[in-house]
Design a protein around this ligand. Sequence first.
Ligand code: 5AD
Ligand code: SF4
Length: 452
Amino acid sequence: MDIKNLRPLTGEGRKIYIETYGCQMNVNDSEVVLSIMQDEGFRYTEDIAQADVIFVNTCSIRDNAEQRIWGRLKEFKQYKKRNKSLLIGIIGCMAERLKEELIEKENIVDIVAGPDSYRDLPRLVRQASDGATAVNVLLSREETYAEISPVRLDKNGVSAFISIMRGCNNMCAYCVVPYTRGTERSRNPETIIAEAKTLFEGGYREVTLLGQNVNSYLWNKDGNKTDFPALLAAVAEISPLLRVRFSTSHPKDLSDELLHTMARYPNLCRAIHLPAQSGSTRMLELMNRKYSREWYLDRIASIRRILPDCAISTDIIAGFCTETEQDHKDTLSLMESVGYESAFMFKYSERPNTKAARHFKDDVPDDVKTQRLTQIIQLQNELSLKSNKKDVGREFEVLIEGVSKRSENQFFGRTSQNKVVVFDRKPSLKIGDYVNVKINDCSSATLMGEVI
Ligand code: 5AD
Ligand code: SF4
């Protein structure tokens, strides 16, 4: 395997531009798509005005994600006017959910491809160039794009994503993902380890292993049985200088064995993203999360016991069906007892065909959802600030990721706990180096420090 952005893009092919929405998984999928297209002689451009083909890798997780993409499609009309042979492809979750409707509703879409049909994209482009509709939204039980080495689109050359599995079997009542990304399947561990090794040899210092529920990763073929803790250990062993992160963990599957594995390897980063969604057991049951508040808090206690320096982050949904003021208070109190380092917080958005859409009424008024979300965000800001204040005066090993957006004279990087640290540059330091930083100050979002 090689890292394709280290190689100049050659070929006389048409230029392809790709825009990505949604999760980290989508970011990595776009890199896979570019790899497939490049192998067919397409060239990547960062300039949309130059493009012969525009791909939009889409997200369906909430209605506002889809609305944003509809709005963006309208803006593409100008490019079509200027270049009559320009092709526009909608790929990813929204393509899977809406299928032909995308072509019919917005008459500028030429290609529709779901998350499991990216190998078919060169053919779909050819078909669209010939004037035919080009749609492939078949979901697969096997596709993991295992042997494709993604074209790295990250700007820093320090941290990269590696997808280790695809799809999801959890069927949370609110979630569209099992419908857009299909059933869960794990990728051959040998290809994952090889990809991580290649990245490390190419100068990368951090990989994030991605999946909808990484804790249920399991490869069991040809006498090779690898579960998630075993995979993590194997990637960690590549080098102590390679940081390893992973996302997302489902609380029902977070095992003590995984935590003990993390404890054994200092380069397995001390950060766990453990979406709670709600602090009310009644809500969790309705959401089909398969754990209670007590179970969740027991998992947190295990993390604290086995990995005392581990940061914990979460996802919270405000205003799911039938949520009462008491349920909401339970969420706030859960957040407080965990003391999250950070959180992604959302208003519940009903998604067509999910269990919640079919069986429950979306009955929390929008202004109540907004009010609850505001309280949740406000509490999280306080918790983040409190956690950051505890770090003032302490020293951390920071991986330098880039030049600070605020000042040319400063670098930014992250601690093992995934907190962003900003500090003054030194001539001897470069992006990709590890450096010890003493924290002097903080806001709720950032730590400020000095190199020691
Ligand atoms: N409405 C709001 N938030 C949602 N999420 C998933 N589905 C929905 C929905 N229908 C959130 C969950 C999940 C994160 C990726 O997005 O919190 O963990
Ligand atoms: Fe990612 Fe989910 Fe959005 Fe699909 S719907 S792009 S899996 S966040």
